[in-house]
Design a protein around this ligand. Structure first.
Ligand code: HEM
Length: 398
């Protein structure tokens, strides 16, 4: 059955409250079976296509010439116009500039650098967990998750560790539902990053900021605005996503005692557990593209210029790909989740994110005997990212 019911369900995907209420799973399940590519009208925009099935979603993300990311990749801002940062940061760049910049950044988020970060991150995590365990009750999002995510982002970019604590409330406000508060926080973060870029200009170092500043595309250096936006993007792309993955991981373990016990009993830290948490939490919500040609997807005609939103949490719950998708199974294998997207724009920081989750899960299963709720969990109100934003818990030492 398509048509009226599908249209009503799809319209719910234009409303961030659907995610705040935790209703999105139900909407996705309906659309996957009834209308996997559905037109989604917007009260204050031109509308967009919603892709909810794995097969079509992967197709869109892998075909960057038909489905371009240059005009914008989120359901935020004014969809009548292109993103003002179009072409000026990695997610909004097309080949060959994208390929060149990604190649310059890749060594900073893979191989020996990630190995070097492992030791430092493990130490920081142990310190934060000790503090949290001593307190016994805390809010996971601010008290643990963002602190860890910020620590890693600061190391990657070579920013001074002493600035981390001061910037925490600003990063927190970039998630605020209050628009003016959010804009203020975005502006503060931009000022912070532009000052850091100025410092690096005078004192180059072996870090990602210096790599971005020294990048040349077609023999020409990046202009100042592109440098600034790229640094800001590399910094912020990993903050809220990782926060939501960590908060969601702890929420999932708390509500699945059999899986928590399974994890605690294992002598090693199974990689399958990290992948299942990434599938289960799916922090990226809508990943948006713009059609650069008329095309057909699951029988629907998509016109050139129309926006297409690929709903990652729905792809990761597709029953055609994942057996029993609504069950958390930390030993799930294979697990071809698309939590990091796919194609040329697949997450640049996936190795860092995996490292953080692996260390976290490995440490908490040793440090905590149990995890209990200490108040209601709150979901994020957004169409860009989704999941448990605030999670008050009580923990007991093991
Ligand atoms: C659990 C944590 C994370 C999740 C779920 C996640 C998810 C994603 C997804 C779905 C995309 C693809 C977006 C698209 O196709 O338009 C992406 C891209 C990206 N991510 Fe992540 N991310 C995470 C952590 C990080 C971290 C730690 C960094 C830090 C370097 C990072 C940096 C980026 C960048 C720079 C891109 C753009 C890549 C490109 O366009 O080539 N992410 N991420």
């Amino acid at each position: 059955m398509t048509g009226a019911t599908g249209a009503i369900q799809a319209a719910a995907l234009a409303d961030p409250e659907t995610f705040a209420r935790g209703d999105a799973c139900r909407v996705f399940r309906h659309l996957r079976t009834q209308e996997p590519v559905a037109w989604t009208p917007e009260p204050d925009g031109p509308g967009f296509w919603s892709v909810t099935r794995y097969a079509e979603g992967a197709c869109v993300l892998k075909d960057a010439s038909t489905f371009s990311s240059v005009e914008g990749t989120t359901l935020e801002g004014n969809r009548w116009q292109d993103d003002p940062a179009a072409g000026r940061m990695l997610p909004l760049m097309a080949a060959p500039a994208h390929t060149a910049l990604r190649r310059i950044l890749m060594p900073h988020v893979s191989g020996p650098r990630v190995d070097a970060l492992r030791h430092d991150t493990a130490g920081f995590l142990a310190h934060v967990l000790e503090e949290c365990t001593e307190r016994g009750r805390f809010e996971v999002g601010d008290g643990l998750a963002t602190r860890v995510a910020m620590h890693v982002a600061f190391r990657l970019l070579g920013l001074p560790p002493e600035d981390e604590a001061g910037l925490l409330p600003v990063v927190r406000d970039t998630l605020s539902c209050n628009e003016s508060r959010r804009h203020l926080a975005d502006a503060e973060l931009l000022i912070y990053v532009s000052e850091a870029v100025e410092v690096r200009r005078r004192h180059p170092a072996d870090d990602a900021i210096s790599a971005i500043m020294g990048a040349e595309i077609d023999g020409r250096p990046l202009d100042d605005e592109t440098v600034l936006l790229t640094v800001l993007n590399v910094m912020s792309a990993g903050l809220t996503t990782t926060r939501l993955a960590i908060t969601g991981a702890i929420h999932a373990l708390m509500h699945h005692p059999d899986q928590w016990r399974w994890l605690q009993r294992r002598p090693d830290m199974p990689g399958t557990a990290v992948e299942e948490v990434l599938r289960w939490t799916s922090p990226a919500a809508a990943v948006v593209r713009t059609a650069h040609a008329d095309t057909v997807l699951a029988g629907r005609r998509i016109r050139r210029g129309q926006r297409v939103a690929v709903w990652i949490p729905s792809l990761n719950a597709d029953e055609a790909v994942f057996a029993d998708p609504d069950r958390l199974r930390l030993d799930r294998a294979p697990n071809r989740h698309l939590g990091f997207g796919t194609g040329m724009h697949a997450c640049l920081g996936m190795m860092l994110a995996r490292l953080e989750l692996r260390l976290l899960m490995s440490e908490i299963r040793r440090a905590w005997a149990g995890i209990e709720p200490d108040g209601p969990a709150e979901r994020l109100t957004s169409l860009v990212l989704q999941g448990i934003d605030r999670l008050p818990v009580r923990v007991g030492p093991s």
